[in-house]
Design a protein around this ligand. Structure first.
Ligand SMILES: Nc1nc2c(ncn2[C@@H]2O[C@H](COP(=O)(O)OP(=O)(O)OP(=O)(O)O)[C@@H](O)[C@H]2O)c(=O)[nH]1
Ligand SMILES: [Mg+2]
Length: 192
């Protein structure tokens, strides 16, 4: 029998860690999971319909043609740990999904978009309701207003210790740096 391709094998000496990449509609969750995953990511993309515009506001993301209908899933192996990455929608109507998804998660990376900063509130409410620790990464688009990070922190009413970074969800190095900021934060909290 042929052995499995190396990129699909899971090493048993790596600690499994579940992380969630969350954020409002169209913020770049699927893009980030795709950029990070070493396996072909599971995507649940479907074409956006006219009916969908009644529930998700396309303002600022008019170029968008598809949306994730459930979750994204990918995997990233780092020294000693294997990260299981779940891309999850952050609109308030996904509260039920979150109750299940948050179970066993070590942390959440919340993506934010400075073109639509208000859309982050529902996500932050959902994440805070789960009690899972989180960090925030601003995903920059070409037409994103560039506010100082302190202004974004204030606008989102983040705790002074909550990590806040800027990222490019398309870039694996940048995406990985955001995850590291999250994991380092959780590590520090666990040690104190
Ligand atoms: N310029 C730029 N475009 C991005 C970036 N991240 C995502 N995009 C684009 O933005 C669009 C939306 O990205 P998605 O990854 O589908 O966003 P999402 O959060 O998964 O969207 P939903 O699942 O519908 O909520 C896509 O066309 C991406 O190519 C980024 O960092 N910079
Ligand atoms: Mg998506």
């Amino acid at each position: 029998m042929a052995s499995a391709p190396s990129d699909t094998r899971i090493s048993t000496d790596h600690i499994p860690v579940k992380l969630i990449i969350a954020g409002p509609f169209g913020v770049g969750k699927t893009t980030m999971v795709d950029a990070l995953s070493e396996i072909k990511p599971l995507n649940t993309e479907e074409v956006l319909t006219q009916a969908g515009t009644l529930v998700d506001d396309l303002t600022g993301v008019n170029e968008k043609t598809t949306t994730t209908t459930a979750i994204d899933f990918g995997r990233l192996t780092l020294p000693g740990v294997v990260l299981y990455l779940f891309g999850a929608p952050g609109q308030a109507r996904f509260q039920v999904l979150w109750q299940e998804l948050a179970r066993g998660a070590l942390g959440v990376l919340v993506l934010a978009d400075t073109r639509r900063i208000d859309d982050s509130f529902a996500v932050l409410d959902l994440v805070e309701s789960t009690g899972v620790r989180y960090a925030v990464a601003v995903n920059n688009f070409p037409d994103s207003p560039e506010y100082p990070l302190e202004a974004v922190r204030q606008a989102l009413d983040l705790h002074p210790h909550t990590p806040l970074v800027v990222c490019d969800a398309r870039d694996p190095v940048s995406a990985r740096a955001s995850l590291i900021a999250l994991v380092e934060h959780i590590r520090e909290l666990m040690l104190t």
